[in-house]
Design a binder for this molecule. Structure first.
Ligand SMILES: [Zn+2]
Length: 499
């Protein structure tokens, strides 16, 4: 059976993969195929997992689209459902003081350091149903398969699934409430932050009968020696796996990020009367700066030199991404060159908010991410120098402010190797004895793993999503890719069985 699907070329593999997935009957021809079929746990890892993802996708605070924010009624309902699934998989369950839902099995040695797995069950506004949920469902489904085959209690270390209460940060505008609490990275002052209605985090927890004191918050932290590692399955939220034609990939690390705010000021004027040669147009300057950013980030090798300080070029390829997501200008009228200095004289008669607008003629943001922190700094240095020189040349003034920095997080080599082997095994179980390389990817988005990396080593498995679309109702994962993810988690867990 397997040899009949054994194809040498990658393209033929992809084709055979699709064929074998869409027609599992190919696998069912004889006894050997029957054994393989049983090994695939289709009932739990595919059918039940998909139905659970659909069920969770319907638990929303609003009609017509998916929205589930921290401690909302839908969030409480979703937590209860997840807890039932955990119990169904043979796990001991509880909900902690931050709304995280835990399900744990002790295995053969309850005192040894635990493997933690999970993702988040909150969503953005008008969300897709796979972001976060897939990581929770695939972990529970794989543990259920172990329960069914009698291996659940033979795990060599405790395994705990955690469904984190908040990763997206929609309600309180602060991400990782759930995982940061477990990792001991949530300051107790967080209890005082407020949502749009003015209710504090502490109030919201109390409304849900949670005694949210600073002491209880501190106690949520896991001791590093009690944890062996953290593994997260997540949709890729990008198009790389789809373009590679493969359902799973292993993540090398989560990119570090810098956010800049750039303000360009020039001379405001009449669009019809100021000659082109006499203009100091901040909008045209901003356009040039944005094109510079794009060019530099597409072709860093043309801008950065190879030397000891800058070993950077290789790791920048495929990892450096730069975005201008927000731009505003004053006064924003079709017949006005923005940014007239003389207009400031009117400021004495204007409210402070308007004066601020006037002194910020063209403002835009830059979001810059790379897998290596030193590389990111090298790019920022080069970018700033070139931007200032463009502004000088155009006789406009530029201010570049650094608003936010987050360091890159590397995934653990050992965990990544195990996830890679598990993904390969999943490919082979589903598509035959194929020769294929499991893709290695960078994550440009932060995940709960980013917070958990402060506590323990991390590994992340990415799952292909259609057209790379996420944070949208168009977010979609193929049924067979859900299955592949579950099989990979199962294979990873079977490596943790006492033999
Ligand atoms: Zn997510």
């Amino acid at each position: 059976m397997a040899s009949s699907l054994c194809l040498s070329s990658f393209l033929l593999f992809v084709l055979s993969f699709v064929i074998s997935l869409s027609s599992a009957d190919v696998l069912h021809g004889n006894e050997e195929a029957e054994a393989v079929k049983n090994d695939l746990y289709r009932e739990y890892l595919r059918e039940e997992a998909i139905s659970r993802l659909n069920e969770l996708g319907r638990v929303s605070d609003v009609d017509g689209y998916l929205e589930r924010t921290f401690m909302s009624p839908a969030s409480i309902e979703a937590g209860n459902i997840i807890r039932q699934w955990m119990e169904d998989a043979g796990l001991r369950t509880w909900v902690d003081h931050m709304g995280n839902v835990h399900g744990r099995v002790d295995g053969m040695d309850p005192s040894s350091a635990a493997l933690l797995m999970g993702s988040h069950y909150d969503t953005v506004v008008d969300a897709g149903k796979f972001d976060g949920a897939l990581g929770i469902v695939s972990a529970i489904s794989a543990l259920k398969a172990l329960k069914v085959n009698g291996k659940l209690d033979k795990l060599r270390r405790p395994v705990e699934v955690i469904a984190f209460s908040d990763e997206e940060g929609v309600r309180f505008q602060t991400t990782f409430l759930g995982s940061a609490a477990i990792a001991g990275r949530l300051p107790t002052s967080t209890l005082n932050i407020s949502d749009k209605s003015g209710r504090s985090l502490q109030d919201v927890l109390k409304e849900n009968s949670v005694d949210a004191t600073a002491e209880n918050l501190v106690q949520l932290k896991y001791e590093p020696e009690s944890v062996w590692g953290y593994v997260e399955v997540h949709i890729e939220q990008g198009p790389v796996l789809e373009s590679a034609g493969l359902p799973l990939g292993v993540v090398k690390g989560i990119a570090g990020q810098t956010r800049l705010k750039v303000t360009v000021s020039g001379s405001q004027g009449h669009a019809g009367t100021v000659p082109m040669s006499m203009r100091r147009d901040p909008m045209a300057a901003a356009a040039e700066l944005i094109v510079l950013l794009e060019t530099l980030c597409k072709h860093p090798q043309d801008f950065l030199s190879y030397d000891d300080q800058c070993s950077t070029i290789e790791s920048l390829f495929g990892s450096l991404v730069c975005t201008v997501g927000e731009i505003s200008l004053w006064p924003s009228a079709s017949n006005v060159i923005p940014g007239q200095a003389g207009y400031i004289s009117l400021c004495f008669f204007l409210p402070l908010s308007t004066i601020r607008k006037l002194s910020h003629q063209v403002t835009f943001t830059i979001d810059l991410r790379a897998i290596d922190d030193a590389d990111r700094e090298a790019v920022l240095y080069e970018l700033s120098n070139r931007m200032y020189s463009i502004c000088d040349k155009r006789s406009v003034s530029c201010v570049i402010e650094r608003k936010h920095d987050a360091k890159a997080v590397n995934c653990d080599t050992e965990l990544s190797m195990q996830l890679k082997s598990a993904a390969l095994l999943a490919f082979k179980k589903m598509a035959g004895n194929v020769e294929v390389e499991v893709p290695k990817l960078m994550s440009g988005a932060g995940h709960d793993a980013m917070a958990m990396a402060h506590l323990t080593k991390i590994g992340i498995l990415f799952v292909r999503c259609r057209a790379g679309i996420s944070h949208s109702p168009a977010e979609h994962v193929l049924d067979d890719d859900v299955w592949a993810a579950g099989l990979a988690v199962l294979a990873f867990l079977e490596n943790q069985i006492w033999s």
